[in-house]
Design a protein around this ligand. Structure first.
Ligand code: SF4
Ligand code: SF4
Length: 356
């Protein structure tokens, strides 16, 4: 069986409003409004940006989805979960303050923002799955109790999984802190003392207080949860490790957490990937990042595996080379898709429908 995937190519330098209009054409063409019945509480899952970052999808996109959901009779709310690391989103209060600064206000969106996993990231419901690593996963309570979901993902590279879009957006963004921690558990980076300048950035970002910096940074493996933040934030290439093996385990765990959310909403969930301003790192990094290639377009469907596979394939076709492999040749970023298929999250076979 193949899944239907919709694709709307974008032109260079289009605005978020233009991208939103294209997404709405897909929403209509795919009939996603039919997933909603009157008064459904509909979660619009979108990364709302880390402080200092500029790659995140802007408010007009969430606003367009909120309008479409309201028109279909649903009650939309924009949602995301708190983070493990100590940025500006590690509690619901901090995150909501940042939402204001980024323009995700109730006035602009036409609906509220609700942090999915509660004040301190521990509002969760355990969901049974049949996975290789898990028999149950902790889903954020808002994702669990919503009647329908629209998953809006910004396509980026990622320092540990290589590729981040629909599966990762759900796996990390709609589970509780315990779920995030469990996915990262068991990965230990190594600090190269020769390269370390003792700048202290890694220690500031480490969510587990596992790094102390004196003459060089030192890592305490008994505290480390393997999140990879230190690897991503070190500007001196001083953090390394066996990330190929880490990437495999993390991606499999991501697919299994995504399954926990997907299976409870199977007929009332759709996924939109925005392959625009594709950066090397995800939007959790509070830095400005350059686009690694020209904008591709918007890819959507109700199967996260098929939507992510189509995104990778379309980019590969456009560039004649795989961007995510080029960025990190040591990581096989399609493990999340193969494992997703193995556990019944979706299929890598799809039929592409172009929407202009
Ligand atoms: S960020 Fe890099 S250079 Fe700075 S203290 Fe950490 S390991 Fe050393
Ligand atoms: S991977 Fe790095 S940032 Fe994450 S917990 Fe371990 S030491 Fe801290």
């Amino acid at each position: 069986m193949e899944s239907l995937v919709f694709f709307s190519p974008v032109k260079p330098a289009e605005t978020p409003e233009q991208h939103a209009r294209r997404a709405m054409k897909i929403y209509d063409k795919a009939g996603f409004a039919q997933q909603i019945v009157k008064d459904d509480l509909v979660a619009l899952k979108q990364h709302l940006g880390e402080k200092g970052g500029d790659g995140y999808l802007r408010p007009p996109i969430a606003t367009a989805f909120a309008r479409a959901v309201s028109k279909a009779g649903g009650k939309p709310f924009v949602t995301d979960s708190t983070t493990l690391y100590r940025g500006q989103r590690s509690t619901a209060v901090d995150y909501l303050n940042l939402c204001q600064a980024h323009g995700f206000t109730a006035e602009a969106l036409g609906c509220p923002v609700i942090i999915a996993d509660g004040l301190r990231g521990n509002s969760q419901v355990m969901v049974k799955i049949m996975g290789k690593h898990y028999q149950q996963v902790p889903i954020s309570s808002a994702a669990y109790h919503a009647d329908a979901l629209v998953i809006v993902s910004h396509v980026t590279g990622h320092c540990v999984s290589g590729y981040a879009a629909a599966i990762k957006n759900v796996a990390m963004g709609l589970v509780s802190r315990a779920g995030k921690m469990s996915q990262h558990h068991g990965n230990f980076p190594i600090i190269d003392a020769e390269k370390c300048t003792a700048c202290g950035t890694c220690a500031r970002w480490c969510p587990a207080e596992a790094i102390t910096v004196k003459k060089v940074a030192k890592l305490d493996q008994t505290k480390c949860i393997g999140c990879g933040e230190c690897l991503a934030v070190c500007r001196f290439d001083a953090v390394g490790g066996a990330w190929g093996e880490v990437a495999e385990r993390l991606q499999e765990k991501m697919a299994e957490h995504c399954l926990g959310v997907h299976q409870i909403h199977r007929d009332k969930i759709c996924y939109f990937n925005f392959a625009t301003h594709i950066s090397s790192e995800c939007d959790c990094f509070g830095i400005k990042q350059k686009a690694e290639c020209p904008d591709l377009g918007i890819i959507a469907g109700s199967d996260p595996v098929a939507v992510d596979q189509a995104t990778i394939d379309l980019l590969r076709e456009r560039r004649s080379t795989d961007l995510f492999h080029d960025l990190r040749p040591e990581i096989d970023h399609e493990i999340q898709l193969r494992h997703g298929e193995d556990i019944g999250l979706g299929t890598r076979k799809y039929k592409l429908v172009t929407v202009k």
